[in-house]
Each structure stands twice: as C-alpha cells, then as structure tokens.
Design a protein around this ligand. Sequence first.
Ligand code: GLN
Length: 482
Amino acid sequence: MKLNTLTAHELIEKLGRNEIISSGIVRSLEERIKEVDSKVRAYVRKGAQGCQVTSHKDGELKGVPITIKDNICTEGFNTECCSKILDGFKPPYDATVISKLKSAGAAVFSLKANMDEFAFGSSTENSFFGTACNPWCLECVPGGSSGGSAAAVAADEAIWALGSDTGGSIRQPASFCGVVGLKPTYGRVSRYGLIAFASSLDQIGPLTKDVRDAALLTNIISGHDVKDSTSVDMQVPDFTKSLEKDIKGLKIAIPKEYFVEGMDPEVKSTIEEAIEKLKTLGAEEKQVFLPNTRYAVPVYYIIATAEASSNLARFDGVQYGFRAESGKSGTEGSLIDMYKRSRGEGFGQEAKRRIILGTFVLSHGYYDAYYLRAQKVRTLIKRDFDEVFKDCDCIVTPTSPTPAFRIGEKLDDPLRMYLSDIYTISANLAGIPAISVPCGFTKKGLPVGLQILAKPFDEEMLFRVANAYEQATEWHKVKPKL
Ligand code: GLN
C-alpha cells in the first residue's frame, strides 16, 4: 500500500502505532508528484521551491502533510494567487488556518496548489502558470478555482488540501475531480491570511478523499479568531461525532428550481439515484421552492466583482510582488504611470474584466441601480433558505449542472463559464454551509458530485448525511488511472 494513496485518518492511525514515519509520507508524495504532475499540473513553481515541509509533529495530526491553495498565506513560502502581480511574494506570516494546522501537527507543504488567478474562475484555466488538468480525463478541466487542490487530492499527489470558496470554488472542483469538498458557514473559519477575493463571500475549507477527513480538518481550522472580525465566537463541536449518527427520519429538501433545463441528463439521473439511496437510508424527501435562486448568478457577479475591485486596489506595484520595468526607480514616468503599467502587465484578462465590472457597479450613479439592488436580492435569497430550513434538515442538489468540461471549451464565453456555478453560488450569498460528495460517474467516466446544504453553523448535519451516503456507496474509493 503506497502511503500517498491513504486518507489522513488512516495515516494518523499508522503514525500512532509507529508503523510509519511522517517523512515517509512526504517521500511517497514527492515520488507521485514526479510521476504524474507534469500531466496534472496540480502544483505550481515546482522547480523554484522544491518540496519542503514545516511541522510540529507532536499534535494530533502527527506530521501528516497537507497541500495549500496558492491564495492562503504560508510564512516564507511563495503565495502568489497564481497571478503575475504577486510574483515572488513570500508572506511574513501564516494565515490563521496555517497556524492552527501547524499547532495540530500538520506538515505544511511548501509547494502550493494551482488555482485560477485570485480565485476568479471555474476551471483553473485563468492561472498565470497554465491550467491544471483533470486526473480523470487530462483533456478536461479540474474545475475551479481550487482546481489544483482538488486534482492533487484526486491524483494522490496530496493526502488532503485546503481550498477557498467564494461562489463554489471548493465544491465544484471537488465534484469534477471526484473528491469531498466543504464550504463552511461564513464566519466559521478565520479568513485572516486568505488573500481576499470577495470578503463577504470567501471561506476556506477542506478538499479530502473521504468525509471523515473533511470532518477532521474542519475541526482543526474552525473557530473564532480576533484577527478576523467576521469570524464568529461560538463553540466548535467535534465534527467527527456526527459520523456516528444515521439519517433515519431526516427531512431532505429537493428544490424544484435546481432540476431544470441546462442540466446534463447523466448528472440528473445520477443525482436522482443518490436521492433514492438517501431515502433507502431512512430520509424523507420533500419538494421545496427557492424562487429567488434564479437571480443568484447575476447578484453574485455584481457583489463579487464589486468587492474584488476594491480588494485588488492594493496591488499597485509598490507594496507587493511585481513592478513593471518602466516603473522601477531611476526610469522615466510618473507614479500613476507606474501603477498603470504594473497593473496592466501584472493582472490577467479575467482579473481585469472583474476589476472593470466591479468598479462600474460601484461607481456614482450606478451604485443604487446595481450594487444596492443586488444586496437586497441577496437578502431575498437568504430568506428563501430560512423558509426551507423551518421544516427541513438539509437540502440536496447537484453540485454542478455538468461534469468536467473540456479545456478551452468555455474560455471565450465568460457568461457560459459563470453558469457553471449556478448551484453553488447561493450558499455563499446566504452564508450557509454546503458539502460536495462523489455520487457516481458519467458513461465517459467523469465524476459527478452531490451537494448537501444546511442551516448556518450546522456543518454537523452535512457530515452526518454525507457520511451516511458515503458509507452506503463505493464512489469515493474509485481512483483515476493515470
Ligand atoms: N467560479 C466563481 C467565480 O468565478 C467562483 C469562484 C470562487 O468560488 N472563488 O467567481
């Protein structure tokens, strides 16, 4: 049994019995990366940084390695959001999630996971380092923006990984790559040290090989943090306890709006089978309506771009990373010129598109018509969920309307690309937690993901339902042939 193929909880057991050592796991991952990553491209800057780890081994994780998305600050290790504008940026501090992982005894990998630039995208094609590929079909995208994290876990190049989710960026790639991905409730996990995309939507979360690992990792990264005023001061339960409960008598809501045109027929039938499976495990199905969901994509692309345009204003060629040649000291040109050139050369096309759109919706004369109105509709979307959760325990939907699509297929059509998040975005707008678990394959062998959503701070419900489903199926055990 190769160590890189095991889950974190299996490795922790072996480490506890002194059957293996942490450096052995790191070595097996290095070998796997050498073997397959020239094809998968889940990791970036491989030549430059080598594969180092930092850890305190004596915590509960006992030195199990973890892979981190390139937008989460790791002290001393490059963190560039896969953007040219952050070229060479080595944060002088760790994100709170990284400090927590280190004190729990994780070995944090210096090699970072590929992603869409600044997490803008659904395919990882917007990475400055080039697209990552889907381990199940190398001509297909791994999803995005945490495509590198998902692909690394799926290809056994990582034991588990952290990603970030603003509109689906953990769940959609988890679904495309056949792994488990959780977006926690907004405020559950500290965002300190996560390079901001849209601050009112972003959350860090786990990408793992099974539900137990997702629960374990959520235990470690959750909790109040004085450095993030939006993190919530409430007790974090032991999420692994939820794995012991069955789902008999739970009321599962199926939103009518989610099973409409545009959905791939194979995805539809796979999800319907998964719902049947949940029913055989004792859950009750209830049809519900989330009428304002149809506004989720436009509302998201107003709010997310508005916040992104403001967050990205700090990248000006002065404080971090890249500065355009002509803007370096001793060369001609004004300060404004230097900003313009650095931003013009440093940001990719999608980042520029979003900065322009976000600046537009926030500009005088348009703010009320777009931004303010979008915030009002956001409240309506949230209320739809409140209504459903009055008498249902969770909601079940597909994670994505299609399986992984081909590289290049949607690149020239940003609107079609934006629609790949149609099922994931409303959880971010409403701030509620949601998980994606593998639930089958298409005829071509591409994974399909089942999304489960719950009330704010009820991650326990997600782990309970996801685990019951996983225990009753074998999908999570199937591995891609690379
Ligand atoms: N795909 C969505 C977007 O492009 C969501 C990205 C994310 O969650 N970071 O904005």
